[in-house]
Each structure stands twice: as structure tokens, then as C-alpha cells.
Design a protein around this ligand. Structure first.
Ligand SMILES: N[C@@H](CCC(=O)N[C@@H](CS)C(=O)NCC(=O)O)C(=O)O
Length: 195
């Protein structure tokens, strides 16, 4: 039975779809539309208690939270090499970047996106620039990916946020970061995930 991805376009479900494409494993998209789609309101809350996307059903197992789903899927298909081995220095860096993506980059991006006025937006954008600059410095020191030569699920987690920000001009003035985002956007799996 293929993995079911509870999905809505232009949401964090996109990063899970990208990872599934990188894994080249069969999956099924289940449209979540709270206004009358295949999986609306209360029925969907049996899958995700807050009614949010993404979530997956992998056989009987349900997982929600995009980072947890990506960590789980990368481990589930070890032969695809999207996660370093447990207990290695690379695994530590892998955790670092995945958590940095959701716990540090995302809140800074949200603060910029939802800033109430121009002054607040400028302040938030400056803070976001510093936060994503850390990613750019890491790529400059040891790219082309966050773990060096090895592309991993960490690039999907961090990269999905950067690609969203790139479209809003948030990577302007950060050439290493912009090149990293361009490199990710060229991946066939990323392109397939947009279809
Ligand atoms: N931390 C969660 C965030 C999930 C989330 O907020 N999803 C948004 C879309 S990106 C959503 O479903 N919003 C619909 C709603 O809140 O009703 C994750 O990474 O999965």
C-alpha cells in the first residue's frame, strides 16, 4: 500500500512531497480541504488532531509534523541515503539543521511575513537575514549541501523554507544562499513535487 500524504498545495505538505519524490517511493496524495474536500473538518482530525497538513499514513501508522515525517521517511528508506547513520558526527549535524529549519528559520520567516507594519517588517527581515545567513555561511564553508557532498532530508527541510523566502526576495544580497536555493530548485524531485 503506498504511503498516503495528506496534502494541500502551497503548504508545508510540499516539503514532504519533495522528500517522497527524492525517495522515489510510490505515494498517494489525499487532498485536505476544510471547505469540502476529500478530507474535511472532523473526519480529518482523526489523522491530525489540529486539522493541519501535512500528515502521512504509512500502513497503520500515522505521523504528523512535517519535520517528524521527513525524519521518519528518511530512516524508513536507508538505502536512499537521505539520512546519515545514527551516532555519527554527520547525524548530529543533520539533527542540527532540521531543528534549525523548523525552530529557528520558520519562526523568523513567519515574523517577517506577518509583520504588522513596514517598521516591524524591516526589523523582522533583518533578524531573518541573520538567521538564514548562518545557512549561507555553512554552505560556503562546506557545500554544496548542508552535510557537504551528501544531499539529505535536512536540505529538504531547510531548503523548502528558503525556496519560499527566495520568491519573496528574502535571499537577496546573500549570493551563497541564493545559489544553494537555485541548486535545490533544479533537482528533478523538487520539480516533480510541484506538479
Ligand atoms: N509545525 C507544523 C505546522 C503545520 C501547519 O501549520 N500547517 C498549515 C499549512 S502550512 C495548515 O495546515 N494550516 C491550516 C489551518 O491551520 O487550518 C508542521 O510543520 O507540520
Amino acid at each position: 500500500m503506498p504511503i498516503r500524504l495528506y496534502y494541500a498545495p502551497k503548504t508545508r505538505a510540499g516539503r514532504v512531497r519533495w522528500l517522497l519524490e527524492e525517495l522515489a517511493t510510490p505515494y498517494e496524495l489525499v487532498a485536505v480541504d476544510r471547505e469540502g474536500g476529500e478530507c474535511d473538518g472532523s473526519e480529518y482530525r482523526a489523522i491530525h488532531p489540529l486539522g493541519k497538513v501535512p500528515a502521512i499514513a504509512d500502513g497503520e501508522q500515522v505521523v504528523f509534523e512535517s519535520a517528524a515525517i521527513c525524519l521518519h521517511l528518511a530512516d524508513r528508506f536507508p538505502e536512499k541515503n537521505l539520512a546519515p547513520a545514527l551516532g555519527t558526527p554527520e547525524r548530529g549535524l543533520y539533527y542540527q539543521w532540521i531543528v534549525y529549519g523548523v525552530a529557528t528559520v520558520e519562526p523568523a520567516a513567519m515574523a517577517t511575513f506577518f509583520a504588522a507594519d513596514d517598521e516591524a517588517k524591516a526589523t523582522a527581515a533583518a533578524a531573518l537575514g541573520e538567521v538564514v545567513g548562518v545557512v549561507g555561511q555553512a554552505i560556503e564553508r562546506g557545500g554544496p549541501f548542508l552535510l557537504g557532498e551528501q544531499f539529505s532530508a535536512a536540505d529538504v527541510l531547510v531548503g523548502s523554507g528558503l525556496l519560499w523566502g527566495r520568491d519573496m526576495g528574502w535571499l537577496d544580497g546573500q549570493p551563497a544562499l541564493a545559489e544553494y536555493a537555485d541548486r535545490l530548485a533544479e533537482r528533478p524531485a523538487y520539480k516533480a513535487s510541484l506538479a
